[in-house]
Write a protein that binds this ligand. Structure first.
Ligand SMILES: [Zn+2]
Ligand SMILES: [Zn+2]
Length: 560
């Protein structure tokens, strides 16, 4: 069934994730009633989502329109673009996944962990490939980013060309292959109807350093350090890992690797040729004990302060193989992702307690650069492609808004720019762009094992528990004789200390007693109603007394 919000001939564009946030990028192009999905990412939540490992989009729209899905097109292998694939495949049948280079390996690897999924064919595309569908031709443009094989996607339609940039920075001296600026200029000359472009760094107007500059800086840093080096970075940043290995080799250091995702990245990187290490330069856990401090680089996960990652365990003193000590230098070759700052600070403080030297990215040492272009980069892409219409993507609302301003400066008509939220549907023809309405969108929370979806109710309860504590009321009744067996017992955890508050607890118990007798006295006694009455009325009383809203759990034992 075609989307009724679209008029015949209109192209639909919407996001299930990625607008108003940096994460869970999932964009959908509805062209000639065919759905082309671009990316299927996850979002790493901040600390407000207690105990939640990640967030995925609500895929309901795709479930309902499954038969129109043509394929899933992956721009690159970052988790905010591929992390949702297993969850998407559990809900929706996808005819084919299109991915390039390292993304193919990363996706295959990821799907190995989900034996319950029968994955579709993964078609590996190259930058010069073209795929034809009814009324659409899809092709690719290589861009530079903090992971190899990042491609923008070109949709050539009857209405005109739509170009989705994916994540990018403009790097004239990239570590890997150069971006295909010639292709960008070519589609610009041909005429781009609508550009969708990465807004992550739209608010930054400085120059984002080239990746090769960071390589030089790491090498220089290594040459000055005498003791053991422990360095943390993103496992997905193959270029950075290669730079760290090269700096180690140049400075006579061998490399030990800790952390599951880092070990896996090095395996995949070496198999695919993205990471090159001279023979015998990777040490195993036993060999590191024999290496002298100045001959050793320890490459670890945990650059974001993740509690279970190798670096956090080293900082806690709970890592089995690596004990950090005076003389060691810990380098963060990363910047904290918004939301992770606190975790990173905790790790750094613990490392300082161990008397180790800590170097983070900053004015003194260029140990990291962003993978996303700042204002001048964004303007360059706008200038090369010269789009008639523009939709800023991949960013929080204010980043999208700033990106809109940049597009106006470069000459895009403000009427032709849509700043959208997840679920907003843009309808595009060669002459017009309009907001056509909304499709179903939302968030699904994935907890721990990733087995169950968690609703927002659970999150609310966890939040209440952590901030306001828990309050349980135990009462024994006999629903047949309609009597209360004994006085209700009130138990609290994390709410008020029971000792010294006997008066409050006695009065609360008394209130519950009255509620119970009131309900029992009714002609039709209903345990569920009693439970709800306790939650509502007791909640009200407690709030009036203490201005707090603990989680209230009535436990009713019916001894009929
Ligand atoms: Zn990315
Ligand atoms: Zn991204």
């Amino acid at each position: 069934m075609r989307n009724q919000l679209l008029k015949t001939g209109e192209i639909g564009v919407f996001a299930l994730g990625g607008l108003g946030e940096v994460g869970k990028n999932t964009y959908v192009f509805d062209i000639e009633d065919q759905l082309f999905i671009v990316d299927a990412g996850i979002l790493f939540p901040d600390e407000h989502l207690l105990g939640i490992d990640y967030v995925i989009p609500d895929y309901q729209y795709l479930v309902e329109n499954q038969e129109r899905i043509v394929g899933l097109f992956i721009t690159h292998a970052h988790e905010d673009h591929i992390g949702g694939i297993p969850y998407l495949l559990k809900k929706v049948e996808i005819p084919k996944i299109y991915a390039a280079g390292i993304a193919v390996d990363m996706i295959e690897n990821k799907l190995l962990e989900h034996s319950d999924i029968k994955p579709p064919k993964i078609e590996e595309y190259k930058s010069y490939y073209k795929f034809s569908f009814k009324g659409v031709e899809i092709s690719f443009i290589r861009m530079n980013h903090s992971i190899p094989d990042m491609f923008g996607i070109v949709f050539r339609t009857k209405e005109g060309i739509l170009f989705h940039t994916g994540d990018f920075k403009v790097d004239y001296t990239p570590v890997g292959p150069a971006a295909e600026y010639d292709k960008l200029a070519a589609i610009g000359a041909e005429g781009v109807l609508c550009l969708l472009s990465d807004s992550t760094n739209a608010e930054r107007d400085e120059l984002i350093p080239s990746d090769s500059k960071i390589g030089k800086s790491i090498n220089e840093l290594f040459s000055r350090i005498e003791g053991r080096i422990i360095i943390a970075t993103f496992a997905s940043n193959m270029y950075r890992i290669q730079q760290i290995i090269e700096a180690s080799v140049l400075n006579g250091r061998k490399v030990a690797v800790f952390g599951r995702s880092m070990e896996r990245a090095i395996d995949i990187g070496m198999q695919t040729g993205y990471i090159k290490v001279p023979k015998d330069y990777i040490l195993n856990a036993e060999q590191i004990n024999r290496a002298k401090p100045h001959e050793l680089t320890v490459l670890v996960t945990g650059s974001q302060g993740e509690p279970l990652a190798a670096l956090s365990r080293i900082a806690n003193g709970s890592h089995r193989q690596i004990k950090a000590m005076a003389g060691d230098t810990v380098i963060f070759s990363s910047s904290p992702i918004p939301g992770n700052q606190e975790g990173v600070n905790k790790t750094i403080n613990k490392l300082f307690r161990l008397d180790v030297e800590v170097i983070t990215h900053g004015p003194l040492a260029d140990t990291h650069t962003s993978g996303h272009g700042a204002q001048s980069d964004l303007k360059l892409i706008l200038s090369l492609t010269r789009p008639k219409m523009f939709i800023p993507i991949h960013g929080e609302h204010r980043m999208l808004k700033t990106h809109k301003e940049l597009a106006i400066e470069v000459g895009v008509d403000p009427k032709n720019i849509l700043v959208m939220d997840n679920g907003d549907l843009a309808a595009i023809t060669k002459d017009s762009i309009r907001l056509a309405g909304k499709v179903t969108s939302g968030e699904i929370y994935i907890d721990g094992t990733g087995i169950g979806d968690i609703g927002s109710q659970v999150i609310r309860e966890r939040k209440m528990l952590s901030e306001e504590g828990l309050f349980s009321v135990v009462l024994s009744i006999n629903s047949e004789t309609k009597t209360l067996i004994n006085d209700p017992t009130v138990v609290s955890r994390g709410f008020i200390y029971m000792k010294g508050n006997e008066e409050i607890t006695a009065s609360l118990s008394n209130h519950v007693k009255k509620m119970a007798l009131g309900e029992l006295g009714k002609k039709m006694f209903n345990e569920q109603t009693l439970r709800q009455t306790i939650v509502d009325q007791l909640g009200q009383i407690i709030y009036e007394l203490t201005q707090r809203k603990p989680l209230i759990i009535p436990i009713i034992v019916d001894l009929k």
